[in-house]
Write a protein that binds this ligand. Structure first.
Ligand SMILES: [Fe+2]
Ligand SMILES: [Fe+2]
Length: 439
């Protein structure tokens, strides 16, 4: 008879006893959800932005944000009240679904970096003030590091925001953050004005049919068998008679063109909102690796005399893959393009070693190592992405069917980007040959 009156107070007293921990764990959970939504949605800026340096920087920020989310989840799970799942609450998801909506990428960039990132930094600062520095020492050290990262992100992006005027949009996003009382609900919530409209409720976000390369010239493909057409001549790459200096220049062009992998991989995050966090974490790493590979070429080519304004960017892979659903994009990338690149890359690496160019050997070795990881990611994650997209065929059968579908789509959506530059102004195989042998 006494049981009910005893058990109820015991329950309340248990939660009361742990209230200080639970209070901080709830904040960590919110921070985790915000960081993982940033990864899912800020990736939509990457293929819409034209400047390669900005794409590279966004890939780096996305990767660091994935790291923040991972450490928050790890520490959060040590604390009572973090929760065992990793889903994102609706109020946070709506904010990020809204943030991707501007059709002008610079407006979207301003929303992420003038509103959401500063709100996140304020939230980390609030956490640090609210927690006990000795009792919650393991979290404190993490949060201090994240504050340093967020401060640096703000500084790194500043040059790209300088000329953007988007106050109508940043006011709109700020009002949404205010309506939550800040990302942690750390201040009084200000209700949204009556009649304020959400863009993402009016129309669906879609990836653009082609990726943006800003001021750079474009083409369908950088690879062909014609030395008067493209900078990479397939037969020369594997011909033992080709001078190793020519191979080195061609492989740097190849690496730089991995910017297409950056752009099409970046489309998959937004399309898989129910993916496990670990999948998005590994894809964020994959994305950052590809951006580093592209930088290998982008930074080395000018040192070898290449004017980057004469080098056309190839758009075919993005243009074809964006027509396919996300699991097919991921399958083509990991099971076809990456898995299939090793034999040629091995031949190329052996040739480049003749030059005793330590930096080239190092870059190619790290590229190969990263690519091995990417194929491993593919084997690990493809079944999960297939399941998310409702694909039930065995993996092998699905991959074969996807390769065939890609070939069909390539007939329609491939080869549609004409050369921006006339042959005499464009970097071609024959120009690569002249340039390589003249130095
Ligand atoms: Fe790569
Ligand atoms: Fe890769």
């Amino acid at each position: 008879m006494a049981a009910p009156s005893v058990s109820a107070p015991v329950h309340i007293s248990t939660s009361g006893r742990m209230a200080a921990v639970q209070h901080m764990a709830r904040m960590q959970r919110l921070l985790f959800e915000v960081e993982r939504e940033f990864v899912r949605t800020a990736t939509t800026l990457i293929y819409r932005a034209g400047e390669p340096e900005l794409k590279y920087l966004l890939c780096q920020h996305v990767w660091e944000s994935a790291g923040h989310a991972r450490f928050l989840r790890e520490r959060g799970r040590e604390m009572s009240g973090f929760g065992s799942g990793e889903s994102v609450r609706e109020s946070i998801r709506r904010l990020f679904n809204e943030a991707v909506m501007p059709s002008d990428v610079s407006v979207a960039l301003a929303g992420f970096y003038r509103v959401i990132k500063p709100a996140l930094l304020a939230s980390y600062r609030h956490y640090l003030e609210a927690t006990h520095h000795l009792a919650d020492w393991p979290s404190r050290r993490l949060v201090e590091e994240f504050i340093n990262d967020e401060t640096r992100h703000t500084e790194e992006i500043t040059p790209y925001l300088a000329t953007i005027h988007a106050s109508y949009w940043t006011d709109h996003l700020s009002a949404i953050v205010d309506s939550l009382g800040g990302l942690l609900g750390e201040r009084p919530a200000i209700p949204l004005a009556a009649g304020s409209a959400w863009e993402h409720e009016k129309r669906a976000y879609t990836h653009p049919p082609t990726c943006n390369r800003g001021p750079y010239p474009t083409c369908s493909s950088a690879f062909s068998y014609d030395p008067d057409e493209t900078p990479i001549v397939r037969s020369w790459l594997v011909d033992p008679k080709t001078d190793a200096r020519v191979i080195r220049l061609m492989v740097y062009v190849w690496l730089m063109m991995e910017l297409d992998a950056v752009d099409y991989l970046a489309t998959i995050f937004y399309d898989t909102p129910e993916a496990s966090f670990d999948l998005h974490h590994d894809m964020a790493r994959h994305l950052w690796d590809e951006s580093r590979h592209s930088q290998f070429g982008y930074r080395q080519l000018p040192k070898l005399g290449v004017d980057l304004m004469t080098l056309e960017h190839s758009l075919d892979l993005y243009n074809i893959l964006v027509q396919m659903p996300p699991h097919e994009r991921y399958a083509m990338m990991t099971m076809e393009f990456e898995a299939g690149s090793f034999p040629t890359k091995a031949t190329v690496m052996d040739r480049v070693r003749e030059l005793n160019d330590f930096e080239a050997d190092t870059l190619l070795a790290f590229d190969r190592n990263d690519e091995q990881n990417h194929v491993r990611y593919g084997h690990h994650w493809l079944p999960q992405i297939m399941a998310l997209c409702g694909e039930t065929r065995p993996v092998d059968e699905f991959v074969k069917a996807t390769q065939a579908r890609f070939a069909e789509l390539a007939k329609v959506h491939g080869g549609r980007t004409p050369h921006s530059l006339a042959p005499e102004r464009r970097l071609t195989g024959n120009k690569v040959l002249q340039l390589a042998l003249s130095r």
